[in-house]
Ligand binder design. Structure first.
Ligand code: ADP
Ligand code: K
Ligand code: ZN
Length: 431
């Protein structure tokens, strides 16, 4: 049942004892980074001042902006000779952030992912196919090494080319697949077109779905379509990637591995802890990382801790489905996009005004983005308009990795708002 029984079935006091030990080590090591050293000094804080888990609250938060300010290597607490891997968060070419790993970090990351996959019943005899993008996307190598660590035959199919993806599933007898939820729907559509019945013609039993918000109905729908059990997987590049929190067979909340992370939920406005069981921003402190520990990292993800014990025997806290984000980040097909990235591109075209509107829809399970932007002046050259639209589309695709539908509209035709402009209309339905 458990890949790491001694860690997975720890009692609450055992978990907290281990957390305290690991936190102390982490804090000592953080003092090797000028960033943390300065932060602590500014707050008149020393690692020894943190004597209990409650004391954690004395430590200032770390934000994505800190990562940007210290780009690329300023957050490392080890010399670069010890760093063996770098990941960069998706879709943020303008203001990237970098996460660094030692070999031990990579080993521990693989262990965490393997633990998750084992928890949902996967074993060395399974054939695991990963439809995540590889490269900087942590869902690629993260699942690859985790699945291999577990001993599964692991197929790095990567993203795109759905027919090929399906051919691999049928040819290799894939039993477990990792996909973003919207892609799972797409797979089913294409299987239907190809005359493939997932229950009859494939060996798929288990789906791992994550990287973007989805509802329980959407999960049930995926399960019914493909004849699988689908488990919610939560992760983010700053916390390595996948393997942070994962559903157990109870499918009721995601256990967050507290031997890796200390979890807090705070009010995103006041930054004070919310009462137990209430929704707030997820704050994570890494306690099992060498190269780049993050103290009280503001994830911007909104969720809550589910009350009560889980029948599976694990006492690690369970996170509810993500309720959204406290910033303006959009997630399309698992890719993170900020409106400012789109704005920066649009503003480079002198033909365009400064008003634009991004509309998100999801016809037939596929996330679509439409960008309407006002022209500066009337253009009556149809050919020129077409070329301009094409060029804007191309540059946007380069930046956000998704091809939007671009519409050039007459000056003054987009709805005007009083106060803060609404740039994003999310009309996506939970399917
Ligand atoms: P990933 O490759 O895991 O998507 P990123 O760093 O690109 O990593 O994106 C992380 C963000 O994706 C999270 O902060 C969260 O907003 C979103 N996310 C990841 N997993 C889930 C999930 N299971 N449910 C909802 N949102 C998720
Ligand atoms: K994501
Ligand atoms: Zn459980």
């Amino acid at each position: 049942m458990y890949l790491h029984p001694e860690l997975e079935t720890m009692t609450r006091p055992e978990i907290e004892k281990l957390q305290m030990e690991r936190l102390k080590t982490t804090l000592q090591r953080c003092m090797n980074a000028p960033f943390y050293k300065k932060r602590f000094e500014e707050h008149g804080l020393k690692p020894e001042d943190i004597r209990s888990l409650e004391d954690l609250r004395k430590i200032p938060f770390t934000t994505k902006q800190d990562l940007r300010d210290n780009y690329p290597f300023g957050m490392s607490v080890v010399p670069l000779e010890q760093v063996v891997r770098l990941h960069s968060s998706s879709g943020t070419t303008g203001t990237p952030t970098v996460i660094l790993h030692t070999q031990k970090d990579l080993d521990e990351w693989a262990n965490a992912v393997a633990r998750c996959l084992y928890m949902v019943g996967l074993r060395p005899g399974d054939i695991f196919q990963n439809s995540s993008g590889y490269g900087m996307f942590t869902g690629g190598l993260g699942f690859q090494y985790g699945a291999e660590r577990l001993g599964m035959l692991t197929v790095p199919a990567a993203a795109g080319n759905t027919k090929r993806q399906i051919k691999f599933i049928t040819d290799f007898g894939t039993t477990a697949l990792h996909a973003i939820p919207s892609y799972a729907g797409r797979l089913y559509e294409v299987m239907e077109e190809m005359g493939i019945d997932p229950r009859r013609d494939t060996k798929l039993r288990t789906l791992i779905i994550g990287a973007e918000p989805h509802s329980d109905q959407q999960r049930r729908r995926i399960e019914d379509m493909l004849g699988v059990k689908a488990y919610n997987s939560f992760g983010m590049s700053e916390m390595c990637g996948p393997g942070v929190a994962f559903e157990c067979p109870e499918q009721n909340g995601m256990h967050i591995w507290e031997d890796y992370y200390i979890v807090e939920i705070v009010d995103p406005e006041t930054l004070e802890p919310v009462p137990e069981g209430e929704v707030g921003e997820l704050i994570l402190t890494t306690i099992n990382r060498e190269a780049m520990p993050l103290l009280r990292y503001r994830t911007r993800d909104l969720t809550r801790i589910l009350p009560g014990e889980c029948p599976c025997g694990r006492h690690h806290k369970r996170l509810d489905r993500m309720k959204g984000r406290s910033d303006d980040m959009m997630i399309l097909k698992g890719v993170n996009i900020f409106p400012i990235q789109i704005e920066n591109i649009l503003m480079q075209f002198k033909e365009l005004g400064s008003d634009y509107l991004i509309t998100l829809t999801n016809l037939e399970a596929n996330d679509e983005m439409t960008v309407e932007v006002e022209l500066n002046e009337f253009i009556d050259d149809y050919g020129f308009m077409q070329r301009l639209t094409k060029e804007i589309t191309r540059q946007l695709k380069d930046e956000i990795l998704i091809t939007p539908t671009v519409k050039l509209v007459p000056k003054g035709s987009l709805p005007k708002q009083e106060g803060k402009a609404v740039r994003v209309k999310d009309l996506r339905k939970t399917l």
